[in-house]
Design a protein around this ligand. Structure first.
Ligand code: FAS
Ligand code: PHB
Length: 388
């Protein structure tokens, strides 16, 4: 098989990149390790930055997002018994949209299928060759047959555990990582959200987040030690922990019900600063991971896609200058979202090694945020999304 851009990975990054390139008349073949249903069964991000919404509009797939997504003009911060609001609209003139990653992925799969773009699911043994030459190849097993795609460029959109980053010689990869000593236990429940906006809450029992997918589907998280397993947490234990970690007004309004999804996600910060190797370009979780505290994982995949698709479109007309600048441009924004995600995580979670002094500084930081419009504007600018 022959194409201009081979996209490895059918998550949001690969699908959005493929759709934007298609709109510019650039041919792609997308290969995905899992079935489409499996990809769509993943419950992940829930908040879209303004830039992500703009890209979905540019990709021509924002119809359902605008019909069913929930514009949010602010967010609540719980600090112990207190709760205060950060008004995005007043402070930045922008908002975020609550619309699940699952729905984003569904819309992109449907658009790709409607355009008849080649998409191969359940591929295996994916290997990348000739990345430093003019015509790299990607080989893989598909439907029991070994297949080869020859292409001009490879987009590594295969997430943290995919083969693309590993295809870069280890001695050439510049990687940095920070592992947090806790995870997030998340549940999905068919209950009305406790509040019309998200609540990020820091209490003496630890962090909790109240989010949602729609008026009858809530998404909640509590911080748990990394040693915990999902089976350690009954629904009753989860609801008791959540109630204890959010301000009383919210706790009293909480409607509980059976979980329809329950999982623990570890928290880590990771950046592979080598986002290009020859004609391979890393994009999204393949290159970087953030703790979900700032809702930046999916949204930083989108900013990579923005830079990469513009650069590939130019390169396919012979101008490779933007491709040469891709890694530097993408990384500049990656590090801003890394910093914000780290800062939100430090601000709101309890760390096992914290001293009494550390906890008082953390409480003072929350008080400063509650009282300072400048501090709230700084958070709001990052949360709604910095310009691309
Ligand atoms: P993805 O991992 O979504 O997609 C990569 C795709 O590549 C996958 O479909 C995978 O099957 C495929 N792939 C892997 N190996 C392959 C191979 N060898 N061949 C072909 N395909 C291959 N972000 C937030 O903003 N908020 C959240 O609340 C949040 N929660 C999360 C919870 C969990 C458990 C995880 C893991 C992540 C969460 N994230 C969250 C981050 C997440 O949303 C990512 O940022 C987002 O999925 C990034 O999209 P992609 O880069 O497309 O990577
Ligand atoms: C979610 O709704 O899943 C969500 C929202 C905000 C975050 C993380 C997760 O920071």
């Amino acid at each position: 098989m022959r194409t201009q851009v081979c996209i490895i990975g059918g998550g949001p990054a690969g699908l959005l990149l493929g759709q934007l390139l298609h709109r510019r008349g650039i041919e792609t073949i997308l290969i995905e390790r899992k079935s489409r249903d499996y990809v769509l069964s993943r419950i992940r991000a829930g908040v879209l930055e303004r830039g992500f919404v703009g890209l979905m509009e540019e990709a021509g797939v924002a119809g359902r997002l605008h019909r069913e997504g929930y514009p949010h003009d602010g967010v609540m911060i719980g600090a112990g018994a207190e709760m205060f609001r950060i008004d995005f609209a007043k402070l930045t003139g922008h908002r975020v949209t609550v619309y699940g990653q699952t729905e984003v992925t569904r819309d992109l799969y449907e658009a790709r299928e409607a355009a008849g773009l080649p998409t191969l699911h359940e591929v295996d043994e994916v290997a990348l060759q000739g990345l430093e030459g003019a015509s790299p190849t990607v080989t893989f097993l598909h439907e029991g047959e070994r297949k080869t795609i020859r292409c001009d460029y490879v987009a590594g959109c295969d997430g943290f555990h995919g083969p693309s980053r590993q295809a870069i010689p280890e001695e050439k990869r510049r990687e940095v990582e920070k592992v947090y000593p806790f995870g997030w236990l998340g549940i999905l429940s068919e209950t009305p959200p406790v509040h019309e906006e998200l609540i990020y809450s820091s209490s003496k029992e630890g962090f909790a987040l109240c989010s949602m997918r729609n008026e009858t589907l809530s998404r909640y998280y509590v911080q748990v030690p990394m040693s915990d397993r999902v089976e350690d947490w009954s629904d009753a234990r989860f609801w008791a922990a959540l109630r204890a970690r959010i301000p009383a007004g919210a706790a009293d309004a909480l409607v509980t019900g059976p979980s329809i999804e329950k999982s623990i996600a570890p928290l880590r910060s990771f950046v592979c600063e080598t986002m290009r190797w020859g004609r391979l370009f890393l994009c999204g979780d393949a290159a970087h991971i953030v703790p979900p505290t700032g809702a930046k994982g999916l949204n930083t995949a989108a900013s990579d896609v923005y830079y990469l698709y513009e650069a590939l479109a130019a390169a396919c007309t012979g101008d490779e200058a933007a491709l040469d600048a891709y890694a530097e441009k993408a990384l500049a924004r990656v590090w801003k979202t890394q910093r914000f995600s780290w800062w939100m995580t430090q601000l709101l979670h309890h760390f096992p090694e914290q001293t009494a002094y550390d906890r008082r500084v953390q409480a003072a930081e929350l008080t400063f945020l509650a009282e300072s419009e400048a501090a709230q504007k700084a958070l709001a600018e990052q949360y709604v999304g910095l310009p691309y």
